[in-house]
Design a protein around this ligand. Structure first.
Ligand SMILES: [Zn+2]
Length: 574
């Protein structure tokens, strides 16, 4: 099915006039005509890309709270993506108390979420993609990766629900990260069977450990309106560090600037008049790469889940490169239009469109697919495990209430005095009073290495672990930022100085008011071990045990470190 732009605008007009989307008199409520204004996107130029990234297998509409802590240090201080709340609105000229403000920030989250409703959902994303395609039939659809992991159905179908959904969505090109946690053999199988002739899986920076051969296609050249354009893929460079090495034993990763430059030059020599990198580096790494590698017109990035409304323009030795980042969880669709004439890019337009599920009617074909893949599991998915009295969210540099709940459960169920939970950036949000279903629980924990562990660790070891993870987040050189957000910590309190040197950022560690002793042993519970062979029960079983004992989940106080030297940082909202 494809609908014309005019038909689409009519559907939207009906949707808002009929009040099906928003009927509030609330000050936050959308004004009539909001959907038309949000999604009216006149065509520009002759080359177009649509980009979504880090959907983390979220087929259904959801709530997703953007972070209130996303600190930038050193050269990243005060620059995109390290802006939150009002600082972000100000930087990008977004009026507060609007749909856009709700999409891009955590501000007034509960109230705004009730006003504007859920976001994302592949059926709604599909409708938006068809609309953009109607005015840009040549546009390529890019999937930035972290697509086959993050939900119960993706885990239980070994990624198949997402693979089929992406084919239906009309994805043309993709680059990976969490895909690799399905294992090398499964990744190869999907590329060779499902994707063959339909979707190109691109990664210039993955090679075989033995001879250094390319494992995947590094790039493709496609023609749009007679203009040859290249898209180069960049996988997450630290996959074997941030995720289990044993899942991709025969492949090497890394940033590989030099090979990137080689690929750009090769594509240009073959006639590409515009070069795009579909990246899973994370935005800070993309910004640095844009300053070092020349000849790239735009890096369309993901991994760090930053929803950035306006591209950053980076200067380098031979010109300029745009860097974009398109958020997460199916919440946004980036649209980049280029005007390519006389062999080069003369102008561009970029929009990062929030996907408001109530303003975009569900695409029937995609909805049927989603209903079909969920049907065999429906009862299991919908089972209510508990009710949350407070807001449960994850995203943020240090802790979220969902992670607090996970570390609390780990300590109680495993009998530990301290607990760690990884700094994952995915995971959906639950509003106060909402039931926690098994579907919601799996949105936080659905991974292929879910074992929990209980270990005795000395105070020294604990400090080393915290320092290591902290350096992955706050190393002033983004090329050494190797993971996600800071590990979430239960029980143990500490202070953190992001500007300090490696090994000196974590201080004042205490447990129940007493100082941590370097040589004393403490019982620490954790989950998602990257080393092979852990035998503990899966994290979802631990959580279900906890929910059986606590049917009503009270609002909880976040155990956050005392931040030192961060006053006035625009990536930090108190
Ligand atoms: Zn990622």
């Amino acid at each position: 099915m494809s609908i014309s732009r005019r038909e689409f605008m009519q559907v939207l007009a009906i949707a808002s006039a009929g009040g099906m989307a928003i009927s509030h008199k609330d000050v936050l409520a959308a004004k009539p005509g909001m959907s038309e204004r949000l999604y009216d996107l006149p065509a520009f130029g002759n080359v177009s890309f649509m980009h979504f990234t880090d959907c983390h297998a979220q087929l259904m509409p959801l709530y997703f709270r953007e972070p209130s802590v996303n600190l930038g240090v050193a050269g990243a201080l005060g620059k995109a993506p390290h802006l939150v709340g009002d600082a972000l609105l100000k930087q990008f000229g977004i009026a507060s108390h609007t749909a856009q403000a709700h999409a891009f920030t955590y501000l007034d989250f509960e109230k705004a979420a009730k006003t504007y409703g859920k976001v994302g959902g592949f059926a709604h994303l599909a409708t938006l993609i068809k609309q953009v395609r109607a005015s840009r039939p040549h546009a390529l659809l890019l999937d930035g990766g972290d697509t086959w992991q993050g939900s119960a159905t993706a885990l239980w179908t070994n990624g198949q629900d997402m693979v089929d959904a992406c084919k239906l969505l009309g994805v043309n090109l993709m680059s990976p990260h969490w895909e690799f946690t399905l294992g090398a053999a499964r990744v190869k199988e999907i590329i060779e069977k499902d994707f063959k002739g339909k979707i190109n899986f691109l990664a210039q920076n993955v090679k075989t450990t033995d001879f250094g051969d390319q494992v995947f296609e590094p790039y493709v050249i496609r023609e749009m309106n007679g203009v040859p354009v290249a898209v180069i893929g960049q996988a997450f460079p630290y996959t074997p560090i941030a995720n289990p090495r044993h899942m991709v034993p025969d492949w090497t990763f890394g940033i590989q600037d030099e090979n990137m430059q080689k690929m750009v030059d090769e594509a240009r020599q073959k006639g590409a008049q515009a070069v795009i990198v579909l990246s899973h580096n994370g935005m800070d790494v993309d910004l640095k790469m844009a300053s070092r590698v020349t000849g790239i017109d735009a890096i369309m990035g993901g991994h760090t889940h930053d929803g950035i409304p306006i591209p950053t323009v980076v200067n380098n030795a031979k010109g300029q490169t745009l860097v974009t980042n398109a958020g997460s969880n199916g919440k946004f669709l980036g649209v980049l239009d280029l005007d390519v004439r006389a062999g080069k890019v003369q102008g561009f337009k970029y929009r990062l469109l929030p996907v408001f599920s109530n303003l975009l009617p569900a695409d029937a074909e995609m909805q049927a697919h989603i209903d079909r893949v969920r049907a065999p599991y429906k009862q299991k998915l919908d089972e209510k495990l508990a009710v949350s009295e407070g807001l449960l969210y994850r995203r943020g540099n240090f802790n979220g209430s969902w992670d607090q709940l996970i570390v609390d459960a780990l300590m109680e169920v495993k009998g530990a005095e301290i607990a760690f939970s990884p700094g994952f950036r995915w995971g959906t949000t639950i509003l106060p009073g909402q039931a926690i279903t098994r579907d919601n629980l799996m949105d936080q924990v659905a991974i292929t290495y879910p074992a929990t562990t209980l270990t005795e660790m000395t105070g020294d070891t604990i400090k080393t672990i915290l320092e290591d993870v902290c350096d992955n987040l706050f190393n002033p050189d983004p090329y050494y930022q190797q993971g996600g957000d800071m590990v979430r910590v239960g029980g143990l309190e500490y202070s953190c100085s992001p500007n300090a040197k490696a090994g000196a950022r974590i201080n004042n560690m205490t447990l129940n008011g007493k100082g941590i002793e370097a040589s004393k042993k403490y019982k620490v519970a954790s989950w998602a071990p990257v080393a092979e062979g852990a035998q503990g029960e899966a994290i979802w079983d631990v959580m279900e045990t906890y929910f059986k004992a606590h049917k009503v989940i009270k609002s909880r106080k976040l155990n956050q470190p005392k931040l030192l030297g961060m006053d006035g940082n625009p990536g930090f909202a108190k």
